[in-house]
Structure formats: C-alpha cells, structure tokens
Design a protein around this ligand. Sequence first.
Ligand code: ATP
Ligand code: MG
Length: 263
Amino acid sequence: MTTLIPLQDRRPASPVRAQNLLAVASGKGGVGKTWFAITLSHALARARQRVLLFDGDLGLANVDIQLGLMPHRDLASVLGGQAPFAQAVTHFAPGKFDIVAGRSGSGCLSGITPARLHGLTDDLMAAAVAYDTVIVDLGGGIEQTVRELTRRAAGAIVITTDEPTALTDAYAFIKFTRMDQPAGDISIVVNKATSRAEGERTYATLNRACQGFLGFSPRLLGVVRRDVLVREAIRIQSPILTGFPSSDAASDVEAVAQRLLSG
Ligand SMILES: Nc1ncnc2c1ncn2[C@@H]1O[C@H](COP(=O)(O)OP(=O)(O)OP(=O)(O)O)[C@@H](O)[C@H]1O
Ligand SMILES: [Mg+2]
C-alpha cells in the first residue's frame, strides 16, 4: 500500500546552517551593525566575491534606507505571499552585490510566527548556495528572530563599542549563542573606536568577561575607527566605499574583509 506523504514533508531537510553565512549581531542597538554589514558586503564584492546581503532586522529594517533603495519586491512581499523569495533579491549595481531588503518603517514583520521564520530561513539557505558569502544584518536584542538566524549561520560577527551597555549586551549575545551552538564561530569587531589601541583595549575587556564566565575566547576580527564620514555616507544614502573609499572607517572594514578572505 502506498502511503501519501504530505507535501511539506517531502521537501529535502534543510541543512542546519550554511557554511558561507555570517550573521552581524550586537545585542545593543545603534552600534553600527547595518552600516558595517553593508560596508563589509561591498568590500567583499570589491574583492570579487559573490555576495548577498540579507536584512534580518525584520522589525526595523534599514539596509534600504542607508542605501536609498526602493526595491520592487522585499521580505514583506515574500511573507505576504505576493512573491517567491528569489524575486526579493535585488542587485545593487553600485556595489556589485545582491540585497534582500526588509520594509523599513513598517515594522510589519516583527511579529513573524516561528513557522514562517523557519520557512524564510530555509529560503535563505537555499539562495545561499549561489553566493560565496551571505551577510545577515541582525536586529538588536536576543529574541527569536536573532537567535534563529544566528543558528543558521556558520559564524557571528559581534559588533560592540566601548560603552558599558554595548559590552554587556555583546556579552549576553555571546552567552546565548554559545548555549545554542557551542561550536559556532564568534568573532568581535569593535566599532566607533577613537584609535586602534583603544579598540584593542575594548576587545580585551569583553574577552576577559568571556574567558572568566564562559571559558571561551572570541577572536578580534578588527577595530573600526569612529569617522564622521560614516554619518555623511548614510546621510547621502551612498556606500562609504563609493564616496569615501580611503576614509579611516572604510579602510578598517576593508581590512576586516581581507582578514575574512585570508581565513
Ligand atoms: N565607525 C563609525 N564612526 C562614526 N559613526 C558610526 C560608525 N559606525 C556607525 N556609526 C553611526 O552609528 C549610527 C548607527 O548605525 P547603524 O544604524 O548601522 O547601527 P545598528 O547597530 O544597525 O542600529 P540598530 O540596532 O538600530 O539596527 C549611525 O548614525 C552611524 O552614522
Ligand atoms: Mg541596523
């Protein structure tokens, strides 16, 4: 006798995580995740990588705002059932990378159900095979969307600044991520640092807490200096590597990209 298998059960099981997917996280909001995720995507694309940037801040998306994009299709179209995931991929020609944008200003995706979130991450994993690297810009906090997207990533880049609240929240993110996937790769980028030396001291503070309480040492991936041109690039809605490629902050992110490429 033939047993009928419901359609949804016939889909091949999606892999637990994509080896080329990197989540940009922080815990605390406003530390520069979105700007860093855009600039890292751009730097990797300039190094001839095929890159997809996914706006994973489902509640308060703003990759589109920082780049002045008005995509025809976005994640809201996908989750609203108006378009398949593939149609939400927009090519960002000035940066030579692809973007799946959220819908800024609507907040309509903040209450996504676990089942829909799972379906969306499955679509992202399927799309990831066409790229060398997929960068996911996460929202702040450590709620379910952040944790689910991080679980699907091969590694998390945790952005912090020297503010005690940013350090505490980065530590909280690292602690939860270690609980979810003890073998997951976690690295640190200190952003808005007044100098490289000061950024290294900030990293050392966070590393001491991780060593002391978690018995684990995330590596320092880079220090990005505070730079007035970051704000200016965002104001004119243009990537910093286009308008100000030799600025301090742009060069620091390019160094991070080179470090990632050299393994
Ligand atoms: N290296 C830097 N130097 C100066 N300003 C910076 C730097 N990086 C980010 N900023 C500023 O920090 C602010 C927040 O940046 P961004 O929106 O990328 O942060 P976020 O972590 O994504 O925030 P949210 O959690 O709200 O999504 C912006 O106004 C940006 O200009
Ligand atoms: Mg953001």
